[in-house]
Design a protein around this ligand. Structure first.
Ligand SMILES: [Zn+2]
Length: 353
């Protein structure tokens, strides 16, 4: 599929044209047979990168955008315009977050596609979409209150499971599992499946060693730091430890200079330098928490404003709280903080050992 007339434009050229064809304006050709489609998102982070990879029988889609009318229209317009006469061949989702898997159910039904993803991503989207009662308002409120959030703040965050449901359609009834070490042939390219953890369980990355190419999902982003949060279903888990370990594995596995195609913002090559920056940023946050604890016992809620001094709306507060908790748990797991529980909630102090 080399004879492709998609009218690709660089992002700056697309903006300059002021095109009123949304599908055309958002497409960039990264390499022959690899297109980047920038889909809008209804959040502060206002876009997600969707990649299209040429196969013999059509275009494999990597990640979906959220399930809303605007994103559905973008895919429909692609096949009416830039990719007219062509088809989609399959769907690959890197992880279970709404902007990466939200439209999977609709895409698979509409274009008769099979979903390829990790078991963790499939089960997480199935559970959160299909059984939100298990993670209802009372469950979330209890978690936040136990960890020191004010009642008013906790109330503002109780709608999270419902929010996921609004952005993610019912997942397709079948999928093909991808596991670390699997090989996936897309057109003439062979990708090795790598997985990373911490941002999302078992997040998929597609690595083409022959071409020096890594589709990284949200595991490493250039302009923003991937959110690393404790989930209320695993309040004593160590996602930051998992993330830092995954970064080290990635540094050892993927050479510097590899072209990284991330889930947000522009592709980049400085993978190892970026991994170093992310590690340093987390190290500084861990130090900040240790300093703040001093001789006092603090809750996660107490530590949120220590780490994040800017005002936070309800949505940002959820991410900030989860991120603060992830750093606290890293320090508990490596023995630098001690956790104590009372009727009053859960607090942390410097470990005496
Ligand atoms: Zn994500």
């Amino acid at each position: 599929m080399t004879d492709l007339n998609v009218g690709c434009e660089s992002p700056s050229a697309a903006a300059a044209t002021g095109s009123d064809d949304p599908a055309k304006a958002r497409i960039t050709e990264i390499l022959p047979g690899i297109l980047l489609l920038r889909a809008e998102l209804p959040f502060a982070l206002d876009h997600v990168n969707i990649y299209l990879i040429a196969e013999d029988d059509g275009w494999a889609i990597v990640d979906t955008g959220v399930d809303d009318a605007r994103t559905r229209a973008v895919f429909a317009q692609l096949l009416e315009g830039p990719l007219k006469g062509q088809r989609f061949s399959r769907l690959i989702a890197t992880h279970h977050h709404p902007d990466h898997i939200g439209l999977a159910g609709w895409l698979c039904a509409e274009y008769d596609l099979r979903l390829f993803t990790s078991l963790s991503a499939y089960l997480a989207s199935l559970t959160l979409r299909g059984n939100p009662e298990r993670l209802g308002r009372a469950f979330y409120a209890a978690y936040y209150r136990r960890h020191g959030m004010t009642a008013a703040q906790a109330k503002s965050l109780q709608g999270w499971p419902e929010h996921y449901r609004e952005l993610v359609g019912t997942p397709p009834p079948e999928f093909t599992r991808l596991l670390a070490g699997d090989r996936l042939k897309l057109g003439h390219r062979e990708f090795e499946i790598l997985t990373g953890d911490g941002h999302a369980p078992e997040q998929l990355m597609l690595y083409c060693a022959a071409e020096g190419l890594l589709l990284a999902g949200d595991q490493v982003l250039m302009r923003i730091s991937p959110n690393i949060s404790v989930d209320p279903t695993g309040p004593e888990s160590d996602p930051l430890g998992h993330y830092l370990r995954s970064l080290e594995n990635l540094r050892g596995r993927v050479p510097d200079g590899t072209l990284v195609l991330p889930g947000h913002h522009k592709p980049f090559r400085a993978l190892h330098a970026r991994i170093g920056e992310l590690q340093e940023q987390h190290r500084q946050r861990l130090e900040t928490i240790l300093r703040a604890c001093g001789d006092s016992e603090l809750s996660v809620g107490d530590l949120v404003p220590v780490l994040f001094s800017r005002p936070l709306d309800g949505f940002q507060l959820g991410f900030a709280f989860g991120e603060a908790h992830a750093h606290v748990n890293r320090l508990v797991h490596d023995g630098r903080l001690k956790r104590s529980s009372s009727d009053d909630g859960i607090r942390y102090r410097i470990s005496p050992d």
